[in-house]
Design a protein around this ligand. Sequence first.
Ligand SMILES: NC(=O)C1=CN([C@@H]2O[C@H](COP(=O)(O)OP(=O)(O)OC[C@H]3O[C@@H](n4cnc5c(N)ncnc54)[C@H](O)[C@@H]3O)[C@@H](O)[C@H]2O)[C@H](O)CC1
Ligand SMILES: [K+]
Length: 241
Amino acid sequence: MALRTISSQLAAQLDKELMGPEVGFTLEQLMELAGLSVAQAVVKEFPYSESRKSQVLVIAGPGNNGGDGLVCARHLALSGFQPVVYYPKRTTKTPFYAQLVNQLEFFKVPVLGAGDNWAQYLDHTKTLCVVDAIFGFSFKPPVREPFGSILEQLRHTQHELPIVSVDIPTGWDVDEGPADSDCIIPSVLVSLTVPKPCATKIDTRETHHYVGGRFIPRDFALKYGFEPFPYENLDQVLRLH
Ligand SMILES: NC(=O)C1=CN([C@@H]2O[C@H](COP(=O)(O)OP(=O)(O)OC[C@H]3O[C@@H](n4cnc5c(N)ncnc54)[C@H](O)[C@@H]3O)[C@@H](O)[C@H]2O)[C@H](O)CC1
Ligand SMILES: [K+]
């Protein structure tokens, strides 16, 4: 069956409607569910076991994709993993992001900032995977620093250290897919609400694809032109392929 997708423009419109006066979700609610979905995809792909390494590096960008990463790290800590967060460009747009960081400190999750030695965690003998929560559907190329250098390092380690991308593989054009051969290739993509067109460009032999962000009713999905996804029970993610 063809992959159901909506454009970046429609995704932004859908988001706005969910958080608009008629529906009334708050960003905080949606982000909590989005981050929980990503954590659940990580747990499904790399099940926790006391005898295995359990360190996960979460790289959080300056927008809401980064916020999803901060929430994901908290849920991973609750599931027995040892997340480490690298958050080089903290947003002060709302106090909410600082609250998410406080919650991570409450869970004793290290949160590294600009200038900290984050690259030490790119060691596949110690780290299970990297969660790419750098940019989502509002990314406009080209990538600005420090994120260009971060992506370059991830590209060099991606064959040993799998990348789990949140909503969009960072650096890919949301509608067109990877702009050039320098783009990262995630091992797992977790599309939120509904995949964006770039998801049709993944090679299913190297990238497992999940949908998460389970927060809309059937008729709302149909209004935006896609069939709802058949999640099971209370699962927060559904593996598409
Ligand atoms: N309904 C849902 O599915 C929900 C999804 N969520 C997540 O939110 C992101 C979209 O968030 P948004 O804040 O609109 O944008 P981004 O995080 O993608 O990035 C904006 C951020 O990045 C900066 N930026 C943009 N382009 C560049 C560039 N070339 N170089 C450097 N910096 C750049 C920009 O200035 C902003 O600061 C979506 O994908 C989901 O992951 C929500 O969590 C909840 C609902
Ligand atoms: K991302």
